[in-house]
Write a protein that binds this ligand. Sequence first.
Ligand SMILES: [Zn+2]
Length: 375
Amino acid sequence: FSDITPLCKLSPSHKNVQRMPLDQSRLEPQVDFLRNLFSSTLGLGSAEKVLDELTLEGVARYIKSGKCKNIICMVGAGISTSAGIPDFRSPGTGLYANLQKYNLPYPEAIFQIDYFKQHPEPFFALAKELYPGQFKPTICHYFIKMLKEKGLLRRCYSQNIDTLERVAGLEGDDLIEAHGTFYTSHCVSFCCRKEYNLDWMKEKIFSDDIPKCDKCQSLVKPDIVFFGENLPVRFFTAMKMDFPRCDLLIVMGTSLQVQPFAGLVGRVSKSCPRLLINMEKAGQADPLLGMLGFGGGMDFDSDKAYRDVAHISTCDDGCLALADLLGWKAELEELVKQEHAKIDSQDKKEKSVESKGAAAKSDTASASAEPKAEE
Ligand SMILES: [Zn+2]
């Protein structure tokens, strides 16, 4: 993000403002940025009504107007449910009820970093049980990819660890994986920290091996954030730069209950429209805190509502409806079709290599040997 001038250079001192007035086009975005920064961090600034109507149609007209170029998507487990990805760590999903066989001191221990370092077996057994058969992104994932292709996406903040954003074509810089990712793993030893990829980890998980670093024999852990671990540093640094500049926040598939992720909705400027696509309303301001002037939660329904839109549907349906209003529907459907076909043919190839690999293992031949026709 070379366009981001360091904040120290943006100090609104009289001197700086006088030095730059000639180039208005350059100055204005910076002033906007400062205004938004103050309004979001200090609760100052005016609340301008940007949408002509608090509906999906109103949001679509705003996007089409060309006035919004810094869309931030905040996404949660709900965008991956139609891909068959289980909600891996949230309590209350039925998952914790299945953990009795592991003799855990308490269910959450399986995702507790200290417990994991002593007893990694339950976590890896569960990872094997829950490992998705296929990594196939949803319509919603590809909608976010389309925002990127059209130059409208500032960044996607995801709570998911399923790597589907990457499979859909978002790159590391487009993404903040707030709760980490299975995409990479690292040796837990502070002196080593050797990185391993998803294929390596998958192989260990499915052969019931506890993954050990081949350099130092320490445990290797997927880069998902366990309880007791900090969120990635990038989450905090990018957040400070991104949210004051955001001109449309799209929140999808999350009930906004996990902090600090949920609090991000309050970090955009007071004028920034916020669209929620979810099966139920979420993130609404606590009435008491709202009265005291804190919060920054969503307001869809009150007399004072002026910028928050709730579209109650699945994430896929909501994205299709929005794409339709934007005139992108055919393009989105084509993208999904093509990408899914690509993944299917890739899966077929991998499966045939795997079955050959398994056959080859028994007679000590290498799994990478030239595939022979067997089926
Ligand atoms: Zn190591």
